[in-house]
Design a protein around this ligand. Sequence first.
Ligand code: N01
Length: 550
Amino acid sequence: MTSPEPSPDHSASGPDVDVLVIGAGITGIYQLYLAREAGFSVQLLEAGDGVGGTWYWNRYPGARFDSESYTYGYLFSQELFEEWEWKEHFAPQPETERYLNHVADRFDLRRHMRFGAKVTAAVYDEHSGTWDVVADDGTKFRARYLIAATGVLSVPYTPDVPGRDEFGGESFHTGAWPQRPVEFAGKRVAVIGTSSSGVQIVPAIVDEVASLTVYQRTANWCTPLNNAPITAEEQAQLRAGFEQLRETLNTSVHGFHHPAHDRAAFDDPEDERWRFYETMWNSPGFRKLTSNYTDLLANPKANAEWCEFIAKRIRRIVKDPATAERLIPSDHRFGEKRPPFVAGYYEAYNRRNVSLVDLRESPIVRVTPTGIETTDGTREFDVIVWATGFDFGTGALARMGIRGRGGLSLMEYWADGPRTFLGVQTQGFPNLFFPGGPHAAAGNNPRYNGDQVDFITDVLAYALDNGFAVIEVTERAEERWTNMVNRGAASPYSFGESSYFFGTNIPGKPVRYLLNSGGRPKLFSVIADVVANGYDSFTLRPTEPAPDTD
Ligand code: N01
C-alpha cells in the first residue's frame, strides 16, 4: 500500500483516503497503525516536523515521564516491547522521542505521514459524507473518516500579561520549546508556573544559570519521582512478564500496573500510618496516588494527614523557613490538582542563586523590556520561561476550523463545553472522531487513549463490513454520556474545579469537566453495551440522505 496523493480538484471526486489522522503523537501513531492494519487507506497530517506530539513539543530541559516507561509505550507488538529497552523507569523526553521515531520506522508508518502540515480547516460535505481538510502548507485531502488525535495538552497557554511581547530577552513556553538548544549558562532566568512542567525545569537548569527566580501563584503537592535505571535483571523480568503486564495495563482502572492498597487510612494506628506515608514517599511516581490508602481522595481527614506528612518533608528539605511555608499548598488537597512528581525541586531552593516569588503576596504588574515587575518591585532577566499550561481538552479541536452538518462550527456547538459520546464523537459531525480528546478517562494516557483508538477502529471495521459509510452518534447517546460526565464532576474522585481539567485556567472558557468522570470502567462498560447492541448508539448509513431539492 502506498500513501495516497491528494486530488487537486475535489468537486467531482471521491475521497483521497479512507482515514485521515491528524497528529503524530502517541495516539495518532497508534491510530494510523491500526487503521492501516484493518485495511483502510490512511494518511496522517502533523503540524510539527517530526513525530512525538507532546514528546515533540515539550522538549524543555527536565521533561520526562512520570508514568513508568514500559507502561506508557505501546503494547500492540510483543516484538516491539522486547526489542526496545527503556533505560530508566521514567524516561526523559529525548528517549521517548527516539522511541516514537523507532516505532514510525519499525512499522513503516512514516510514508503515510506529512509533516509541517497544520490543519486549518476541516469541513464536512453532506453530499458525499466525506471531510475536506486543508492544512497551512497548502495540503488538501478529502477523507471518508477524519480522526483528530490532536491531544489534550497541545495548545500552550501564555497569560496575557501587560508588556509580555515587549520583553527584550528570550522567552519560551515549555509546551512549544524550540528544536535548537537553549543557552542557560550564566543567564538570569525567570520561570513562571509551578506545576508539572515548571517544577521539572527548575532542577534541570539550576546548575547552569546565574540566577533563577520562580514565580509561583499556587503551590503544588510535589513528591519525589524516585526514578532509577532499569537493571539488566529488571529488563529480563519485563520481557518475561509481558503478557501479564499487558493484561494488567489493559484492564486496570487507571492504566498503571500499581497494586491497589487494601486499607483505609484509619484502619491503621497512627505510627503505622506514618510509616506507610514514608513508604509512599519513597515509592515511584503515581503510586502515591494509586497505591495510597483507599480513602485518600474520599476522606478529607485521611487526605489532610498525608498532606501534613508532605508539608513536614518540605519543611525538612527547604532550609529557609519562609520559603518552605510558601511552597506548602494551603488551598487544595492532594489530588485535587494533578500532582507533580519530580526530583530535586524543593532542594533547588537551598541554592543561593534560586529565589521564590509568591504571586499571591506580590502579583505580576507587567513584563518590562528587561524583566518582570511585581507589586514588590522589578527583577531583571535574560530569559523568561512560561510554564503556564495549556488550553486543555478542547484547545486543539476548537482551533482547526471544524465544520459539520449545515456548516455548524465545532466551537459553536461546544460553546457551553464539550458534548461527546465516549469522548470520541459528537453529534452533527458525522465521520469525525477524536481519540484522546475531551471526556477521556484520567490516568496513564496511552492506555485509555488506546482503548478509544481500538474502539474507533472497530466501529470503522463494522461499518465497512456492513456496507455503511456514514457514522454519527445519536443525540441520546451523546446526551447520556455528557450528563454522566457532568454529574460525576463533583465526585471526590474527580479533580477539583481549580484544576485545568475544568478549563478554569483559561479566561472565558466555560467551566465544565473535561475528563470522563466515570473513568476507564465506565468507558469499558459502555463500549461493551454498544458492541452487544449492534452499535445502536450510532446512526449508520450507506450514504448521506439525498439532499432535499424542494
Ligand atoms: O501546566 P499546568 P503544566 N500567572 O496548567 C501557572 C502534563 N505534564 O504544563 O496553579 C502566574 O498544570 C499556574 O498557576 P495556578 C501533566 O498532565 C506532565 O505544568 O493556576 N502563574 C500553574 O502553576 C500536567 O498536569 C509531565 O495558580 C500562572 C502553571 O502556571 C500537564 O501537562 C510534565 C498564570 C500551569 O500549570 C500540564 O502541566 C509536564 C499566571 N497568569 C507536564 N497562569 C510529566 O511529568 C498559569 N499559571 C509526564
